[in-house]
Design a protein. Structure first.
Length: 153
């Protein structure tokens, strides 16, 4: 009979412990759903997930636009180094010039002008990969070098 009483006491303690656990969980659920029911909470979660999906789509579009702009920027001319010089010692000051219009990839054109009293000549030499198939003057090479250094910054 002692064993039966001990078993009853143990079971009673277990029931009391479980009742306390159920009460604690019930209070936590009430706190979670305070002012709302489970259906409203589920709707809120679905709304948040829907908004999160919209944000994800906008972020994807923004990334595509940013990549397009980065591509366009790398293909555009940003700085134009210009060097003025006097190629002929017998005529006026530094009226001649060489300018490089080059992209980050090193593609573009070097334009130079040689000024003298009798005439002015203008030359355009295509550039690919910071090199030209045409022979470049010292001044043209200098502005091309300046352009290449500017792209590294």
């Amino acid at each position: 009979m002692n064993i039966q009483i001990i078993a009853i006491i143990v079971l009673a303690l277990l029931v009391i412990g479980l009742a306390y656990l159920v009460h604690t969980i019930h209070k936590r659920v009430e706190l979670l759903l305070r002012g709302k029911d489970a259906k409203t909470l589920e709707d809120s979660i679905h709304t948040i997930l829907h908004e999160l999906e919209k944000i994800h789509q906008k972020l994807k579009v923004s990334d595509e636009i940013l990549n397009e702009h980065n591509t366009r920027l790398s293909e555009s001319i940003k700085k134009v180094p210009t060097l003025r010089f006097n190629p002929f010692s017998d005529s006026g000051g530094n009226q001649s010039f060489a300018s490089a219009f080059i992209t980050e990839k090193g593609d573009g054109v070097v334009i130079s002008s040689l000024y003298s009293r009798e005439k002015t000549s203008v030359f355009a030499k295509p550039i690919q990969g910071f090199e030209s198939t045409f022979e470049l003057t010292q001044e043209e090479q200098e502005v091309l070098k300046q352009s290449q250094k500017a792209k590294k910054l």
